[in-house]
Design a protein around this ligand. Sequence first.
Ligand code: SF4
Ligand code: SF4
Length: 341
Amino acid sequence: MNAFFIKEADFTQFLGNMIGARKVIGPKARKNRFVFDQIRKPEDLRLDYDVTILPPKKVFFPPRQELIRFHGQKGSSCIQPESTVLFGVHFYDIKAIDMTDHLFRENNMDFNYLAQRECTTLIGSNVQNIFKRAFFGSVGKGVAPKGHDGFTTKISGGYLYEVYTAKGKDLLAYGTFIEATEEQINEAREVNDSVMDKCPEKINHDSLEISEKVRSKFNSPVWEEFAHDCFSCGSCNLVCPTCYCFDVQDNWNVDQVTGSRDRTWDGCLLEDFSSCSLTGGSKENFRETRGSRYRHRIMRKTSYLTAKLGGPACVGCGRCSSSCTADIADPVNVINRLMEE
Ligand code: SF4
Ligand code: SF4
C-alpha cells in the first residue's frame, strides 16, 4: 500500500483538476438527503454525507438500462462505457460493489454491468457522519472491503489517500500529494476503526451463527407477523446495494418493427416477482403471501448467498429500514428476534 497526504487547502484544487479532466461521480446534497451524481464543482462534493438514497451500484447497473436497439431482426448494443471516477464511496458500499462484481462475473459474465465497472476508478472515503439506521459495525465483520482503487480518510489538516491500484495512482497527478507519515497512517486507521462502534443499531450475533439459525426458522410464524403491514412496494429491494435482480423487456415502437430491449431493477418483495406463466394463459405465483416474500428477502441477506460471497449479503447501510413506510424492513429487528427464539 502507498499512502499519501494532501492538505485541506489543496484538496479543492485537486478536485477541480480531477473534475476538469475526468467525469467524476460522488455524493451530493439533494434537499435534506444525499445522492450519487455527477460532480461539476468541487463544492458540490459532500464527503460528510451519512448515506445516499440509492447505492452507487447504479453507476454500473442503472435502475433502467437500454441494452440493445433493434430494427427487424437486426440489433445493436446501446452499452457505451465511459471513463469515470466514482469518488467518496463508504466502505460498506465498497463491500456491496464487490459482491455485485462477483455475482455479475460468475457463470455467464454480464458485460452490460462489467463494461462500465471496468471503466470506473473506485475511490472510497471514510464515514464522517453515521446514518441513523446504520448497523455496518455489527454485520459481516470478517469481510473486508475490496475491489476499490484508492481510499481517502479525513485526518488532521487534510486527507490521507491510500493507493491500491494503478488506476488509483493515476489520480495523484491531479493534486499536491506528499508521502504520508506513520502517524498520519495510524490516525486514519483509528478514524476508520472508531466508527464501527458508533452505529445506532446492532446485530447481536455473528454472521455464521445467524446464517444457520435463520435458515432453520423457515417455518417460523415470525415471517407472517413481521410482514403483516407490508405494502409489497419493493422499496426495501430497490434501495439495497446488494440486491441485483432485474427484469428484461422488449419495448416495441408503434411501427412494430423497431424498439429496444431494456432492463430494469426488480425486487423479490413485489407481488409479481415470482409469477410464472403456465400453459393455457394461467399463471402461478410461488411466493404468493407477503410473509413468504419477506422471508425470502431476509434468507437471501443472511443465509442463501453466504457460502458464495464469504459473508452475509447485507452490509448494514440501513437504507431499507429508512425507506420502508411500514418500518418493518430493518434486518436488525427480525434477525435479533429470530436469534432470541
Ligand atoms: S438489507 Fe438493508 S441494511 Fe442490508 S445492505 Fe440491503 S439495504 Fe442495506
Ligand atoms: S419496503 Fe417495507 S412495505 Fe415495502 S415491500 Fe419492503 S418490507 Fe414491505
